[in-house]
Design a protein around this ligand. Structure first.
Ligand code: ZN
Length: 355
């Protein structure tokens, strides 16, 4: 399955694209994806600079989209009619029906009509879905989960995001909350989480929480090289510092990592028993630890989840890396074409009618 063509030959009239937009708290990523599948092309990344306001971000994304369209048009000898629409992924919670971002602390948006503003600015129909759902869907459509029917995605970075693809479709639940794997309670009287709950998976295995757990135990481990790696400034320890120390043979850092794998393994075992997926894709910065993390993680899962569920489930690192969100957002738009126009809204005639 690795040789999926990235499009039909140059200049073919059947060559059509969807532009994927991945809006993050730090970066905006935009690229064009062939409607029949393939890698993201002409991918551009720019800082989000959310403090400059939602309208600024929309304007910046619109200019990125235009540049992507120009570049792909030139490379493939196609006109603007080859671009069918925009798939947008954004942090949520969202209202997918109205295309509105209800609230997102990272970006400071409230009831922000992102989909229609961007659609109008670019002059193409658009869809909006949650960024973690899009990343999971991207891995299902063109990444590590190609060809399977049911897949769960866990993205470990600053937070822990997740998504579910069930029978080839994103599972949204009754109010678009489904897939919040990072906020499953893993220890009912455990660490405080950003969401206000105690003992969430994220409160243990997100990058900052891996670092925090390492710092908390450092006094009891005077032989650890972790302080040396940050010139003694413990608040500079990150999850990456912990891996680096583990790779260099630091026993304490290795213990923090194997504890992380056990906790994450408990979370993924819950997920496997609940959803019975064929693939769990693990994505995000933390996966740079590679087999250091995945091997003990698979062992922890095998200990906890039902054997008949574990036996059919592969736990794989993500393949698309930084473009999963772009590919998945484009995939969401693509699936809206099959579903009819309900989700993909035409651009408004008059942008000023949007509050
Ligand atoms: Zn939480």
């Amino acid at each position: 399955m690795s040789g999926i063509p990235s499009g039909t030959p140059s200049g073919s009239p059947s060559e059509r694209f969807i532009v994927g937009v991945d809006i993050g708290g730090t970066n905006l990523v935009v690229g064009a994806v062939p409607v029949d599948g393939g890698a993201a092309q002409a991918v551009r990344t720019r800082p989000t600079e959310p403090h400059r306001g939602g309208r600024f971000v929309v304007g910046r994304v619109a200019r990125m989209v235009e540049k992507v369209i120009d570049e792909v048009s030139e490379a493939h000898g196609v006109g603007r009619e080859a671009f069918l629409g925009l798939g947008i992924g954004s942090p949520g919670p969202l209202d997918r029906d109205t295309g509105t971002v209800i609230e997102t602390p990272n970006l400071g948006w409230q009831n922000f009509p992102l989909r229609d503003l961007l659609s109008t600015e670019v002059g193409l129909p658009a869809t909006l879905d949650n960024d973690a759902n899009c990343a999971t869907y991207g891995e299902w459509w063109q990444g590590a989960g190609r060809g399977v029917s049911t897949l769960a995605g866990v993205t470990i970075g600053t937070g822990v995001g997740g998504g579910l693809v069930i029978d080839g479709r994103i599972f949204h639940g009754a109010s678009d909350v489904a897939g919040e794997i990072g906020h499953m309670t893993i220890n009912f009287e455990g660490r405080r989480c950003r969401c206000g709950n105690y003992g969430c998976l994220e409160a243990y295995v997100s990058g900052p929480n891996i670092a925090a757990r390492a710092v908390e135990g450092i006094d009891l481990n005077p032989d650890s090289i972790l302080p040396d790696l940050v010139g003694g400034e413990l608040d500079r320890i990150t999850a990456a510092t912990v891996y680096e120390a583990a790779v260099r043979g630091d026993a304490y850092a290795d213990e923090v990592l194997s504890e992380t794998a056990k906790i994450l393994g408990a979370g993924i075992a819950n997920l496997i028993n609940l959803v019975n997926p064929e693939v769990v894709v693990v994505a995000g910065g933390v996966t740079k630890a590679g087999e250091h993390l995945l091997r003990p993680l698979r062992a922890a899962v095998r200990k906890r989840a039902f054997r008949s569920a574990v036996d059919v489930c592969r736990i794989l690192p993500a393949e698309l890396d930084a473009t999963a969100g772009v590919v998945g957002a484009a995939g969401v738009f693509r699936s809206s074409l099959a579903d009819g126009p309900a989700r993909a809204r035409r651009p408004l005639d008059d942008a000023s009618s949007v509050p």
